[in-house]
Design a protein around this ligand. Structure first.
Ligand SMILES: Nc1nc2c(ncn2[C@@H]2O[C@H](COP(=O)(O)OP(=O)(O)OP(=O)(O)O)[C@@H](O)[C@H]2O)c(=O)[nH]1
Ligand SMILES: [Mg+2]
Ligand SMILES: [Zn+2]
Ligand SMILES: [Zn+2]
Length: 403
């Protein structure tokens, strides 16, 4: 079995049989049903503080009951809902049968992490992806109790950006170092052995960490998420490179989010140092694949016409297109050098075994930086899915686009 970790608390689960059950609060003839109560372990590990029904270990003493159901030891009610043995968060039925990679999103303050993650979550759920990958993607929780609160804030973020066209305030440091990740279920059709079609369900968990928080005291949870992650997305903000600020003549409001931040190379050093303290360091290199995505590329596109390779190159659908990916990578590497970011390129080459550059724009057009509002024509994302497709392709979860 592939390595399995809880998508909510990122703790390892050795085997599926280790999963707990969650009481459903169904009354029985003999005892009153359990009621939701605050769960200390869940609060400590995920920050989720609402009352929940109790979780309990799966015991096999009742041989009459198959292992996919259990009896709550408190109320004797029956349940089939599984839960994480560490944080007690309910897990979907299919969890643990296929790979469930965890994606840590890192970047300096103000690089656009919250906007990117919100837009990515919404775009992956659209019919375009469904058709292309014969996959259905949803934030988990829809219609299942126990997930409601988790999906709620993702939905609210999506509504805020797409419908109300409002951007976010700086994301607060997580209380006690913890905040809830965004968990997406990707259920896709694959061609298996002998050409047989089969379904596979992968859970993708995204956790957003500001690079500046990595070395602050009390942020050990950020380190925990980082070292448990299977993939990394490093979001770089071109606006933080002095050459870009000159070239694009950005208004002061466009760079205010990062005004007292350190330069991107400083934040990258911090991220590398944090990774060196975990399992992703083999003594010479960081082994976890890292997609290095340049955010806010819409602002740069103002300055080049439509025939520029960065704008003209489009990926072929159906999987990860390595030819288009290579072109974008090379274009971005060249731009990074022109923009005075050669140090970043050197650092990545010297420390990371597998990295690739991406050019993304979550908003597709420049916002009103002053008033924190999306362009009146709305959100029109450009290539936001590409870093993820590359990572999923590395993990064998997405095929190569056909030629
Ligand atoms: N031009 C352009 N600007 C963007 C885009 N995405 C984000 N921004 C700008 O970047 C600002 C910060 O975005 P956030 O997503 O809140 O940044 P963050 O990385 O979450 O910031 P912290 O929470 O402080 O770490 C936004 O208010 C916008 O001004 C984009 O796609 N294009
Ligand atoms: Mg944020
Ligand atoms: Zn019970
Ligand atoms: Zn957990």
């Amino acid at each position: 079995m592939t390595k399995l970790s809880c998508p909510f608390c990122y703790n390892a689960i050795k085997r599926r049989s280790e999963l707990f059950f969650l009481c459903r609060g169904k009354p029985t003839a003999t005892r009153p049903a359990c009621r939701p109560e605050p769960d200390e372990a869940r609060r400590n590990l995920t920050g989720f503080a609402e009352p929940t029904l109790p979780a309990f270990e799966a015991v096999t003493e009742n041989l009459m009951l198959p292992r996919n159901r259990a009896q709550c030891p408190h109320c004797l009610g029956e349940t089939t809902t599984r839960a994480c043995p560490h944080c007690h968060t309910a897990l979907p039925m299919e969890f643990g049968t296929d790979a469930s990679p965890m994606v840590a999103m890192v970047g300096a303050r103000g690089t656009g992490k919250t906007v990117y993650l919100t837009v990515l979550a919404e775009e992956l759920q659209k019919p375009k992806i469904r058709k292309e990958f014969r996959a259905s993607v949803r934030t988990i929780g829809d219609g299942q109790d126990g997930f409601g609160a988790q999906t709620q804030w993702v939905r609210q973020n999506i509504r805020q950006v797409y419908r109300d066209r409002k951007l976010f305030e700086a994301t607060a440091q997580a209380i006690g170092g913890r905040k809830e990740p965004v968990v997406l279920e990707w259920r896709g059709e694959h061609t298996g052995l002998l050409g047989r079609r089969k379904f596979r369900t992968n859970y993708l968990s995204f956790y957003d960490t500001a690079g500046e928080d990595l070395s602050t005291d009390g942020q050990t949870y950020n380190l925990h998420y980082l070292s448990a992650a299977d993939y990394l997305i490093l979001l770089l903000d071109p606006f933080q490179l002095p050459e870009v600020q000159r070239l694009l003549r950005l208004p002061p409001a466009a760079t205010r989010h990062s005004i007292d931040g350190e330069p991107p190379i400083g934040v990258l050093h911090r991220i590398t140092d944090a990774l060196k303290r975990g399992d992703h360091w083999n003594g010479r290199q960081i082994t976890v694949p890292i997609a290095v995505a340049f955010a806010k590329m819409d602002a740069y596109y103002r300055h080049v016409d439509e025939t520029h390779p960065l704008r003209r190159t489009r990926r072929r659908p159906g999987g990860y297109d390595s030819t288009a990916g290579r072109t974008i990578h090379e274009q971005m590497a060249a731009l990074l050098n022109q923009w005075g970011g050669a140090e970043i390129d050197d650092h990545l080459r010297g420390h990371y075994r597998s990295y690739q550059y991406f050019a993304v724009s979550a908003l597709g057009a420049e916002p009103d930086y002053e008033n924190n509002m999306v362009d009146p024509r709305g959100v029109r994302p450009d290539r936001v899915e590409e870093p993820l497709l590359w990572l999923m392709h590395q993990g064998g979860l997405v095929p190569r686009a056909s030629t």
